[in-house]
Every structure is written in structure tokens, then in C-alpha cells.
Design a protein around this ligand. Structure first.
Ligand code: OSB
Ligand code: MG
Length: 374
């Protein structure tokens, strides 16, 4: 598989509803798409870096510049046996996992298209129906949140995750549990608490939560291990797990009992599979996280979620929760059982809506092999 060129595109796409976490509110996405051109086959992927360096240090501009100036030039002109081999070529660049993942995943996509195989099978997936949950952001009022939960439960989603932060936590969890005593419920703090909040965090044990996601520092494992020893509720790590080694450390230290895998955060499918396999061996369930993706990133999350240790509902939900019109066809839909079915017949892949993408594109650049200068 020869990598002839890489195209970068930035799209502006307003979200249907704002999405607010402890680190801020997003109303509109800057979507970064990567296309790998490989001998007549195009592979597509989405870079999940967001609009500012708040979830992680990576954001739209660092991803664009890192891909354009460093990562894509390492790849164009190379001849790869398989997409899996690409991580080694990019390892000279430290960090920038989301940028790397976009390139690697575009090549997995190209490889699947070239082999005319569903991507999920190429990844080693076995599940044909995946369980879906929703992540619901901080709202302007408690009533608004209750209404959103009501809507998502009616749609069939199997798990509700609410974003929490100091001042938007115990009171709303109390209200939710009062109205829905038995639903699968979890919360995600996106690093909004400190170990000095221990007495406060202990109160989360009253709500029979499936998990508390990333309560402490975004780069921490050690302090989470201390916290986990003090709580009954399982902790789940998101931000802290950037590679398989982090998962190994977290599991061995007892920093969490569940891991959220985001393929962008760990640098691509190869590392995501490595985290998955390690967790499976260690008896740690995983689930697939989301980053407000369009259908392109979403389709990749779905493919990853077919691996057997994705045993808990992921933040993988329908296109229509985010977009007036998604950039893939058919849009991603969720059954009334709160699942997404993956199909296996040839031609069952989502089609890319190139005309719509063209309309939404605000910048585009193609990186080709540099010709020797004179
Ligand atoms: O922490 O999981 C997170 C979105 C942006 C950044 C971080 C997170 C999220 C979500 C959204 O929770 C999940 C989704 O619906 O895509
Ligand atoms: Mg999270």
C-alpha cells in the first residue's frame, strides 16, 4: 500500500445543541478530516482534537500543523505492508496522539477498502451489535438535564452518563436517582476534583453509579489509585490513558476498575487494540469513548467497539444527536434497544458525502512527496 499523498481538510459544523463539560462549552466543531491517497484507494479518518487545549494539550491547530509539517511527510512516498506498521514510522514525534491516530486510522480505512473487507473485521472485531449510551453535558438548568435524560431513555439508550463538576453534582445526581432509581448511570468529571475533595467524593457512593470517570488530574494515575481505595464506586480513566503502558500502570496500581478507550487519545487503532487486549487479559471491562465526532470518526468508533472486551455501553450514539446533517450516508442510527448493528456484506460501509464536505470545508491542503530541490 503506497501512500501517495495526504489531504487535510477543516470543516466548520455547528452542533445541534451545545455540549458543556467541566472544562467548557462547545457550540460548533472544527472538524479535521484526513484522507490518505493510496494507489487509487482513499482512506478517510477524523482527527478528534477539539477547539482548544482543554481536554488535552492537542487542539485543532496543533493537530493540523503537526500532521502537515512532521507526520504526513514521514509517510508520503512510503510503501506499507499494512496500516499497523505506520505507528513505528511516526514514533519519532513525541505525543500528538490524536494527530497520529488520524493518519493511522485513515490508512486502516484504506487497507479495509483495498481488501474489500469491513473495517471491524480487519480490526479483529467479533460483536455484531454494540451497546450504546449517551454522554449528556452540563445544562443551563436541572430541568433541562432531566428532560434530556428522559428523551434519551425513551430513545432506548442503555446507559446515561452525565457531566459533573463542583456545584453541578450531588444535587442533580440525587434528582436523577429519585426519578430513575434503576437506570445504568455514570458521571464524568473531566478532572474537576482534587484529592482534597475526598469527603465530597465519598458522597458519590450513595448513587449506585456504574462508574465515576476521570475525577482527578488529567495526567494522573497515582492519586486515582489512592482515591479508588477510598470509594466503593468503580473509577474509570479516560484522559490519563494515552497508551497501553498507562493502562498497565493504572491496573497494577488499582487506579481504576474500568477503562474508556478513545482511539484518538491513544494514537490509533493499533494502540487501542493493545489497550483492549491488555484489559481483557486483566479482567478490566472497557468501553468506547466519544469526542463529538461526525459520522467518519463515529464509524471508526463503532468498528473498534466490536472487539469482545467492549463489555459496557459506549459513548457511541446516533448522528442526529449532534448534527442537522451528517457527512456520511446512511447516518448512524441506533435501534430502539439502544444498539448499533454492524453489517458484514460488501458495500455496507458508510458512504462519504463529498459534496457536503466540500461545502463545509474552510481550508484544505494536500501533502505530497517533496521533490528534490535544485
Ligand atoms: O470526556 O468523554 C469525554 C466530549 C469531548 C471531550 C471529552 C469527552 C466528551 C464526551 C462526549 O463525553 C462523548 C460524545 O458524545 O461524543
Ligand atoms: Mg471522559
Amino acid at each position: 500500500m503506497k501512500v501517495e499523498a495526504i489531504t487535510l481538510r477543516e470543516l466548520r459544523m455547528p452542533l445541534k445543541y451545545f455540549f458543556e463539560t467541566s472544562f467548557g462549552r462547545t457550540e460548533s466543531r472544527r472538524v479535521l478530516l484526513v484522507t490518505a491517497h493510496c494507489e487509487g484507494v482513499e482512506g478517510w479518518a477524523e482527527c478528534v482534537a477539539v477547539e482548544g487545549p482543554f481536554f488535552s494539550y492537542e487542539w485543532s491547530e496543533t493537530a493540523w500543523a503537526t500532521i502537515r509539517d512532521f507526520l504526513a511527510p514521514l509517510l508520503v512516498g512510503t510503501n506499507l505492508e499494512q496500516a499497523q506498521d505506520v505507528a513505528a514510522l511516526m514514533s519519532r514525534v513525541r505525543g500528538h496522539n490524536m494527530a497520529k491516530a488520524a493518519l493511522e486510522n485513515a490508512l486502516w480505512d484504506a487497507e479495509a477498502r483495498q481488501k474489500q473487507q469491513p473495517l471491524w473485521k480487519l480490526l479483529g472485531g467479533t460483536l455484531t451489535e454494540i451497546a450504546c449510551g449517551v454522554s449528556i453535558g452540563i445544562q443551563d438548568s436541572h430541568d433541562q438535564l432531566m428532560e434530556k435524560i428522559d428523551t434519551e431513555l425513551a430513545a432506548g439508550y442503555q446507559r446515561i452518563k452525565v457531566k459533573v463538576k463542583p456545584g453541578w453534582d450531588l444535587e442533580i445526581l440525587t434528582k436523577i436517582r429519585k426519578r430513575w432509581p434503576n437506570i445504568l448511570l455514570s458521571c464524568d468529571a473531566n478532572s474537576a476534583y482534587r484529592l482534597t475533595d475526598l469527603d465530597h467524593l465519598r458522597k458519590f457512593d450513595d448513587f449506585n453509579l456504574l462508574m465515576i470517570e476521570q475525577p482527578l488530574w488529567d495526567d494522573d494515575i497515582f492519586q486515582h489509585a489512592k482515591l479508588q481505595r477510598e470509594l466503593k464506586t468503580p473509577l474509570c480513566l479516560d484522559e490519563s490513558i494515552r497508551q497501553r503502558r498507562d493502562a498497565e500502570q493504572a491496573i497494577e496500581l488499582g487506579a481504576c476498575r474500568i477503562i474508556n478507550i478513545k482511539v484518538g487519545r491513544v494514537g490509533g487503532f493499533t494502540e487501542a487494540i493493545a489497550v483492549h487486549d491488555l484489559c481483557q487479559r486483566q479482567g478490566i471491562p472497557v468501553w468506547c469513548g466519544g469526542m463529538l465526532e461526525t459520522g467518519i470518526g463515529r464509524a471508526h468508533n463503532i468498528a473498534l467497539s466490536t472487539l469482545p472486551n467492549f463489555r459496557l455501553p459506549g459513548d457511541v450514539s446516533a448522528s442526529k444527536r449532534y448534527w442537522e446533517e451528517d457527512i456520511v450516508e446512511p447516518e448512524i442510527e441506533v435501534t430502539s434497544r439502544g444498539t448499533i448493528q454492524v453489517r458484514d456484506e460488501p458495500g455496507s460501509r458508510y458512504k462519504i458525502k463529498k459534496d457536503l464536505i466540500q461545502k463545509l470545508t474552510v481550508r484544505m491542503e494536500t501533502i505530497r512527496r517533496r521533490t528534490a530541490s535544485v
